[in-house]
Design a binder for this molecule. Structure first.
Ligand SMILES: *[C@@H]1O[C@H](CO)[C@@H](O)[C@H](O)[C@H]1NC(C)=O
Ligand SMILES: *[C@@H]1O[C@H](CO)[C@@H](O)[C@H](O)[C@H]1NC(C)=O
Ligand SMILES: *[C@@H]1O[C@H](CO)[C@@H](O)[C@H](O)[C@H]1NC(C)=O
Ligand SMILES: *[C@@H]1O[C@H](CO)[C@@H](O)[C@H](O)[C@H]1NC(C)=O
Length: 473
């Protein structure tokens, strides 16, 4: 095994019900076994938190662990990739729309450019629990949008959620946000839709539509937000009275984008505009952590943090863009015409990393060259580089590294290289996909960010990476 390779050992446990004989298995099957044999719903309304050196650390879980979807694993895996494709298409079309709106806006000498978040939510996989107005609320974490919202009583149209709905009338600290307030005016840049006066000027109605038909609609409110042991007064959020879409069973969403209304902007006085996460593997039961505050001593990183600057994009202010300057596969640098060109988006909600065609082709060719001798399997959905590995107990996988302006590097953890389409390893695919066109925006998805500490420092406009085996403790 060379230094630039990982070794995956498949034989983790034996599950008689699913294998033929002594199958060698791996994590997706373990999850399936748990889903089928454990009928106790885990309590996800009481995820842990702690504070250390002034930083707040929230336990972060994969959505599937708390909100188990029933049914066939292979179907769920397929559905996840389809949903991921919808999210990416909606981000791309949103970016195109904004670019064309920008041209119009300039000709009209308008300075404010409306943007929508352009995300779909089915694949927003990670959840945390916060306390809002005294109630625990388990929410989806999204770095691609800004407004934090929860489903709210009285509700016109709410989807099913296990936690009680937020009820403003029993929270003594709840306040409505007036429609002439700056928060209400910030809605336009945060969501693409301006805030509207409600029945009276004491309320501000909002609408966030996520591009795929998912939306949340309601009014802005303010209440105490508790993140771990840290309390934020007058936190502005959406009290959603009409919510539809693919939000799973979460009580709402936490917006960690860059605009004024995002949680990280509103708490910048407390946490200095810095947050970070470590995303655990989907299928493992392991927890990750979402950390507010920039004290690096609370991280469990095993390599030094390397930073790259955020690429500014005034038209798309909520998104985090980076300058991807190169990639290596097994230590070999690949060539691609789009390195260093346009910004690459880093997103907590997209699953599979999307590369411009020139870069994807080069990465794929180098990967196939180094990961040779294994039988190929048919492509699957957006994934076109697949292998039949069911007869192997161990394979050596070339490491994939991404390099960013300023020399920052992110090594894709072994858990982020292969997507197991079939749980018997008969169809295992390289977990990267090509964009359709060279000029579309590349996206670094959450699958490739697993077991990496990703630090967003909005004050210094930089993003940092370090290797870390995610855990809450
Ligand atoms: C709320 O969450 C905390 C931990 O974050 C837990 O200790 C507490 O029991 C939870 N409360 C309810 C009502 O579930
Ligand atoms: C982009 O604009 C087209 C045409 O105006 C519209 O159909 C589409 O829904 C827009 N997409 C987004 C994400 O706003
Ligand atoms: C909003 O309107 C109220 C009266 O309805 C007024 O007292 C207040 O000063 C206004 N606030 C701003 C920021 O204009
Ligand atoms: C990205 O970084 C490279 C190397 O430092 C630089 O040459 C290039 O101009 C940068 N691109 C952008 C869009 O900032």
């Amino acid at each position: 095994m060379s230094l630039c390779q990982y070794s995956i050992v498949f034989a983790l446990l034996f599950v008689g019900a699913f294998g033929h004989g002594d199958e060698e298995l791996f994590l997706p099957l373990k999850t399936l076994q748990k889903i089928q044999h454990n009928h106790n719903e885990p309590s996800c309304s009481s995820q842990k938190s702690r504070s250390e050196n002034g930083a707040i650390i929230l336990e972060m879980k994969h959505k599937d662990y708390c909100f188990r979807s029933r049914g066939d694993l292979n179907k769920r895996l397929q559905k996840r990739l389809l949903a991921d494709d919808i999210r990416v298409r909606s981000i791309q079309s949103h970016i195109k729309n904004v670019s064309s709106q920008h041209v119009e806006a300039l000709s009209q000498t308008t300075t404010q450019i409306p943007i929508g978040s352009g995300v779909t939510l089915q694949t927003l996989n990670y959840i945390v629990t916060v306390t809002l107005g005294g109630r625990n609320m388990t929410v989806i974490v999204d770095t691609g949008s800004d407004l934090t919202w929860v489903q709210c009583q009285p509700c016109r149209l709410c989807y099913n959620q296990p936690e009680p709905l937020f009820n403003p009338s029993i929270s003594p600290s709840f306040r409505s946000v007036a429609c002439n307030s700056s928060a209400c005016q910030s809605l336009e840049s945060a969501t693409g839709n301006s805030g509207l006066c409600g029945a009276n000027s004491q309320t501000c109605n909002y609408l966030v539509s996520y591009g795929d038909g998912s939306y949340t609609k309601g009014e802005l409110g303010q209440d105490h937000l508790v993140l771990g042991s840290s309390s934020v007064d007058n936190f502005v959020f959406g009290c959603g009275r009409n919510n539809r879409g693919l939000f799973g069973l979460a009580s709402g969403l936490m917006g960690l984008g860059r605009s004024d209304l995002s949680l990280i902007s509103q708490t910048s006085g407390v946490f200095g505009g810095v947050f970070s996460y470590c995303l655990p593997s989907t299928e493992a039961e392991s927890s990750g952590s979402l950390v507010f505050g920039g004290d690096a001593s609370v991280f469990k990183n095993s390599t030094p943090i390397s930073y790259t600057k955020m690429v500014s994009n005034p038209q798309l202010f909520s998104f985090y863009f980076l300058n991807l300057t190169g990639m290596t596969v097994g230590g070999v640098a690949v060539q691609g015409s789009s390195f260093g060109k346009s910004g690459f988006l880093i997103d907590s909600g997209t699953v599979i990393t999307r590369l411009p065609p020139s870069i994807y082709k080069a990465v794929k060719a180098e990967f196939l060259k180094q990961f040779s001798g294994y039988p190929l399997a048919p492509g699957y959905s957006i994934l076109d580089t697949c292998f039949e590995l069911s007869t192997y107990e161990e394979v050596n996988v070339p490491t994939i590294k991404m390099y960013f302006e300023g020399g920052a590097e992110m090594e894709v953890d072994v858990a982020g290289v292969f997507y197991f389409v079939k749980s018997d390893a008969s169809q295992v695919c390289l977990a990267l996909a090509s964009l359709q066109y060279e000029d579309e925006i590349g996206i670094i998805g959450n699958f490739q960010q697993r077991n990496t500490r990703v630090i967003y420092d909005t004050k210094q406009s930089q993003v940092g990476f370090a290797k870390e085996t995610c855990s809450f403790m």
